[in-house]
Design a protein around this ligand. Structure first.
Ligand code: ADP
Ligand code: MG
Length: 321
């Protein structure tokens, strides 16, 4: 099979319509976009085998995940997904892998009305690089720099179960079959919170998606906004499997687990009901976990407000623990 046969068979989808802002998709030298909203949001994420996913990962789950992590960045800005490009390096043409990968990829793409508009395909160590394009109206994006003193801090969904599944797979701990069946999908098939993100425009101030761990990612909001925060670690919404683990592990994985792809956002206290309404409309769980302070730094307390003096490293590809 040639490179062009591969693209035509697995990625072209000539029979599919495009969203209104996509004039031309796969097949020419460039895709053509005609933005219908006022602002475009663009983000890129690269997944490398052995670094972001283990060799032998189910290709359907991988197709889902590599788009999900990109959609999650659009969610964190409150942008509506429009389209994406796909750069693929593959060690060989494995049709079972391509069939599974494209199935997982397009199932999620179609769910979000996000069209594949182009890409590049080459031979090499298995690497998947996606760029997503989204749109925002005049109300604008949820920026990391927009948190204000006195804001509530909220988290969508639950935290830590993806990290728990990873620790099992790395042989760091054991889990029974039921527990693993519950938490593994959180690692393999994360749910990007795009509907919630869009509903929060005009309601929330700052937002970020939690990919490297809640504490570290909230830290980006604090730095960019020039503020601090106090978090009730025991209010963090642990995943159902993690919630049954010892308290020290629950706290660690909620604060510093990573791979959650939930939203962390801040909103003025006067918008509490509006946040709950947005969550209800989009059928997404939200939990209030702390508040933004003028004093810089991140303070982690227990439920009674006592400082836990916890520090966890956030994930960084270039720092080996
Ligand atoms: P060129 O050599 O002009 O850059 P390519 O041969 O790389 O073009 O690609 C031909 C067409 O197929 C282009 O429209 C490109 O966007 C698309 N394409 C290539 N690889 C992929 C892919 N992995 N997914 C989607 N579209 C792809
Ligand atoms: Mg070209």
């Amino acid at each position: 099979m040639s490179e062009f046969d591969l693209i035509a068979r697995y990625f072209a989808r000539p029979d599919r319509g495009h969203p209104p802002s996509v004039l031309l998709g796969v097949g020419d030298d460039c895709a053509l976009l005609r933005p219908v909203q006022q602002q475009q949001a663009i983000s890129m994420d690269m997944l490398v085998e052995g670094r972001h996913f283990l060799p032998g990962t189910d290709p359907i789950a991988l197709g889902h995940k590599c788009l999900a992590v990109n959609l999650s960045d659009l969610a964190a800005m409150g942008a509506r997904p429009v389209g994406f490009t796909l750069a693929l390096a593959l060690p060989d043409i494995d049709e079972d892998w391509l069939q599974g990968f494209s199935t997982g990829l397009f199932a999620l793409a179609d769910q979000h009305g996000c069209a594949l508009i182009g890409g590049d395909t080459t031979k090499g160590p298995r690497t998947i690089c996606i760029t997503v394009f989204g749109e925002l109206d005049a109300a604008g994006a949820l920026l990391r720099s927009a948190a204000r003193t006195g804001d509530d801090i909220w988290v969508s969904g639950t935290l830590g179960d993806a990290r728990l599944a990873l620790s099992y797979r790395l042989g760091e701990r054991t889990l029974d079959e039921n527990a693993l069946a519950q938490c593994a999908p959180r690692m393999d098939r994360p749910t990007p919170r795009n509907e919630l993100g869009m509903a929060l425009v005009g309601v929330a101030h700052a937002a970020i998606d939690i990919s490297d761990g809640f504490g570290g990612d909230l830290g980006h909001i604090l730095t960019r906004s020039g503020v601090g925060a106090t978090i009730d670690v025991d209010a963090l919404p642990a995943g159902p499997t993690l919630a049954r683990q010892p308290v020290t592990l629950r706290r660690e994985y909620c604060v510093a687990g990573g791979d959650d792809y939930e939203l962390c956002f801040t909103a003025p206290q006067a918008h509490r009901q509006a946040v709950l309404d947005a969550a209800c409309r989009t059928q997404t769980l939200v939990t209030r976990v702390g508040c933004i302070d003028a004093l810089p730094g991140l303070r982690l307390t227990d439920h009674s407000g006592s400082d836990l003096r916890l520090t966890y490293p956030s994930f960084d590809h270039f720092i080996t623990p």
